[in-house]
Write a protein that binds this ligand. Structure first.
Ligand SMILES: CC(C)(COP(=O)(O)OP(=O)(O)OC[C@H]1O[C@@H](n2cnc3c(N)ncnc32)[C@H](O)[C@@H]1OP(=O)(O)O)[C@@H](O)C(=O)NCCC(=O)NCCS
Length: 152
């Protein structure tokens, strides 16, 4: 797997991965807007076989002084459970620490067991709950859990 920093010209690719992985996806302009925000970085995971490049996963995170946030993270279905999200998180954590971050925060939908399993395995713990934070396609709402991890 090849991991590289993504840029504004990758916004369509980032959006396609997001669409494949989330019921309510962010369009490419949402990603383009992220690139305009200082201290925000996007990463693409690609499978490269000869000249063929297949986008596999992406993440967006932000580091501001001593605090860092995972904004989004997604791995396309055929590539799940192969350690890719774990690798991307490890890279983001290492980068955030190198920039001086002391803690990392993220929001995750209540009941998203794969993501909760991932974050708990990395040492994140729940510190808050945002009631009815996510609107579902059917109009119902689900809570967001706010999680944090100290970056020792
Ligand atoms: C959550 C997600 C990013 C995990 O990606 P992944 O590459 O499959 O995760 P990894 O292979 O790196 O898994 C690392 C650890 O996370 C946990 N985990 C991952 N998938 C899991 C699942 N389906 N059930 C329970 N735990 C899971 C496990 O602890 C796993 O370690 P293990 O395989 O040694 O048991 C992926 O399922 C995804 O893109 N889901 C849809 C989008 C999403 O929910 N993103 C997170 C938003 S907060």
């Amino acid at each position: 797997m090849h991991y590289r920093q993504a840029f504004s010209e990758d916004s369509v690719t980032l959006s396609k991965i997001h669409e494949e992985c989330f019921p309510r996806y962010w369009d490419s302009s949402a990603f383009t807007n992220f690139f305009a925000i200082e201290n925000t970085r996007a990463v693409l995971a690609e499978k490269r076989v000869g000249p063929q490049v297949t986008p596999v996963a992406m993440m967006v995170y932000r580091v501001v002084h001593e605090s860092s946030d995972i904004i989004t993270l997604a791995v396309c279905h055929p590539w799940r459970r192969q350690g890719i999200a774990n690798d991307m998180m490890a890279r983001a954590i290492a980068h955030a620490k190198a920039l001086g971050a002391k803690s990392m925060f993220l929001d995750v939908e209540d009941g998203n067991q794969p993501a909760l399993g991932l974050y708990e395995s990395l040492g994140f713990r729940q510190i808050n709950r945002r009631k009815d934070y996510y609107k579902q396609k059917d109009g119902s709402f689900t809570d967001a859990l706010v999680m944090t991890c100290e970056l020792a």
